[in-house]
Write a protein that binds this ligand. Structure first.
Ligand code: PEP
Length: 252
């Protein structure tokens, strides 16, 4: 039985006041010991304050990115040891906005995964195809390539302590979600790629779906056998929406 997992990617949103309000509402609305593992990923500058607000709570903290180097002359970057130092447990790598806007390729994503995990962070590895790739029937090949780049560097055992997020690029922030059946197909494929290296790890690894998940569609998507929760963008900024999504994951 895989424990459901729900993470909120706040992207470049929030303020100290907004964050405090959102967290207060989430802590009030969540059960003391939620069945699902719940994570919020705010912008870097808010991590420290949020780690204090979330101390001893049922919500864990994650970062949205990391530098692939461990320390030194990399102006503007934040390294994994710093994220760990301010109380992060999770780390998103390979988000499609990082891949598309900041030109992060598979090998850079793999290095970020590796360095984050080496510093005790649990990577949430995002994979997913563009609309063009889906239309050319390349979805399975693209997600396998993105995943294998990480497995080649970090080794299959790395997935014993990581989450995979399937995020079709065409569904992120667009209001268009993959249908439950489309999500299930790709999730099953991802699990088979992992199983080709290690069946036990494949059965245990959590694969979550991201792409316009809302309270209204979460339950149906999460009910698919290979969908273990969600990575939530826009809807994670609204306490009532995010709480309903968490509840949908718990009842899965
Ligand atoms: C995301 O940013 O990872 C995401 C899935 O965004 P949204 O839920 O807004 O589509």
């Amino acid at each position: 039985m895989r424990r459901p997992f729900v993470a909120g990617n706040w992207k470049m949103h929030g303020s100290r006041a907004d964050n405090a309000q959102l967290i207060e509402a989430l802590l009030l609305g969540l059960p003391n010991q939620p069945v699902a593992e719940i994570v919020v990923c705010p912008p870097f500058v808010y991590l420290w304050e949020l780690s204090r607000l979330l101390k001893s709570s049922s919500i864990a903290l994650g970062a949205q990115s990391v530098c692939a180097e461990s320390l030194g002359a990399f102006t503007g970057e934040v390294c994994a040891s710093m994220l760990k130092d301010v109380g992060c447990h999770y780390l998103i790598v390979g988000h499609s906005e990082r891949r598309a806007i900041y030109k992060e390729d598979d090998s850079l994503v793999a290095r970020k995964f590796f360095i984050g995990q080496s510093h005790g962070l649990i990577p949430i590895l995002c994979v997913g195809e563009t609309l063009d790739e889906r239309e050319k029937d390349q979805t399975n090949a693209v997600v396998a390539r993105q995943l294998n780049a990480v497995l080649d560097l970090a080794g299959i055992a790395a997935l014993s302590n990581a989450i995979i997020a399937y995020e079709p690029v065409w569904a992120i922030g667009t209001g268009k979600n993959a249908s439950p059946a489309q999500a299930q197909d790709v999730h099953a494929h991802i699990r088979s790629v992992v199983a080709a290296r290690d069946a036990k790890i494949a059965a245990a690894v959590r694969i979550v779906y991201g792409g316009s998940v809302k309270a209204a569609n979460a339950r149906e998507i999460f009910s698919m056998p290979d969908v273990d929760g969600g990575l939530i963008g826009g809807a994670s900024l609204k306490a009532d929406e995010f709480l309903k999504i968490c509840a949908a994951a718990q009842s899965h």
